[in-house]
Design a protein around this ligand. Structure first.
Ligand SMILES: Cc1ncc(COP(=O)(O)O)c(C=O)c1O
Length: 381
């Protein structure tokens, strides 16, 4: 059987990894500034994480959500404490799209409304509701287009108020920092204004922190820099450091009813063991502080490199543009210097390394980028 051919692949097969390093089948070492698409939070193959998973799978890998699972409670306790949301409750699922899908369902159950306000260039996943609130018609099938969604420009409070005053909106959904769009940080006053409007019009505010959460920006969730508290927060990616797990953090205003949400695999024993290990390491190794410091270091050094246009983002969620729009820069970094970086819309290079990245690794990348940009035009134009 062939694989359904939907991905554009680099001709590299990683078979081993440790911290910020990855090795392929030929033994070539790569520096990972992509984090497997913002997924690797505590570093590849962290020994505490490996041990926790090995011990858990040897004991019990899976049962079901019809029995007690104290690992889910331990995860909820630790996540509540480290994220600053101990009074919220947690619904566990398996991916980012699923977290958003459940969040959208929950607000619609709660408000009995259908329409969602989302933002231009937003990405929220590929399941039916999640892709409907994603501003990319190319990945929506006709089946996904029956949802009521209004896309507004980011940072335009009047536009938000114009929609919310119609009082037919089930939720406002926004990314903590827009990732796939090319790293666009919502203005602090905008986020505060949206919070205020959502409260005034009794419309739940959902923060999608699937890419921008889990310590990546130096705060546990990116929106915390604006001092706001959403009604619902969705998370995935860094939560399991590669083990598939997603979560919905739900404010006490929402009432749970038996059967309203559910999943077979969500919150299984192995996923919880992975997610608990991630939180332990983030705390013990002060990885949010490291994300803040290394993000500031990278931003500072990048701003001195000739040829760089804009640097956006916070912590270890950075977007870099180049004066000379050149799609080959990332390819050069990969093929000549063996450095993975992320792409994004609008020719933006995304830096999403493990939160454990150190100065030596950052300097290695900076030197390689400098060298790539300095090379004669015929190689990169
Ligand atoms: C902000 C955001 N939301 C949702 C998703 C979807 O997550 P998943 O691919 O785990 O379904 C992504 C994935 O890139 C994302 O960046």
């Amino acid at each position: 059987m062939n694989l359904f051919d939907v991905y554009s692949l680099w001709d590299i097969e990683p078979i081993k990894a440790e911290g910020c390093k990855v090795w392929d089948t030929k033994g070539t070492e790569y520096l990972d500034l992509y984090g497997g698409h913002a997924v690797i939070s505590i570093g590849h193959s962290h020994p505490h994480y490996v041990q926790a998973l090995q011990e858990q799978v040897a004991r019990l890998g899976f049962y079901s959500n019809s029995v007690q699972n104290s690992l889910q409670h331990e995860l909820g306790e630790k996540l509540g404490e480290l994220s600053g949301y101990p009074d919220y409750s947690l619904f566990l699922c398996n991916s980012g799209a699923e977290a958003n899908e459940n969040a959208l369902k929950l607000v619609s159950f709660h408000t009995r409304k259908r329409r969602v306000v989302a933002f231009r260039e937003a990405f929220h996943g590929r399941t039916s509701g999640a892709v409907a609130v994603t501003d990319n018609a190319a990945i929506q099938a006709p089946f996904n287009q029956g949802h009521e969604v209004t896309f507004l420009p980011l940072n335009n409070l009047e536009a938000v108020e114009r929609e919310l005053c119609k009082e037919d909106t089930a939720a406002v959904l926004i990314e903590g920092i827009q990732g796939v769009a090319g790293i666009f940080v919502p203005d602090t006053v905008f986020l505060q204004g949206v919070r205020e409007l959502c409260s005034r019009y009794e419309t739940p505010l959902i923060l999608d922190e699937i890419q921008s959460g889990y310590g990546r920006t130096g705060d546990f969730f990116a929106h915390q820099a604006a001092g706001i508290r959403p009604d619902i927060i969705t998370t995935a990616k860094g939560m399991g450091n590669g083990f598939p797990i997603g979560g919905v953090l739900i404010s006490p205003n929402f009432e749970a009813k038996k059967g309203m949400l559910g999943t077979t695999f969500g919150g299984n024993h192995l996923a919880c063991a992975a997610a608990i290990a991630v939180l332990d390491v983030i705390k013990e190794e002060a990885l949010m502080k490291n994300a803040r410091e290394m993000g500031a270091y990278l931003t500072d050094k990048l701003s001195t490199i000739e040829g760089i246009g804009a640097i956006r983002g916070r912590g270890l969620m950075l977007g870099v543009t180049f004066r000379q729009q050149d799609a080959t820069i990332r390819n050069e970094l990969l093929s000549r210097h063996h450095i993975f970086t992320g792409g994004a819309r609008n020719n933006v290079m995304r830096l999403l390394p493990p939160l454990s990245i150190g100065y030596g690794e950052a300097d290695h990348f900076l030197a390689a980028l400098q060298e790539t940009l300095n090379r004669p035009g015929d190689t990169i134009s």
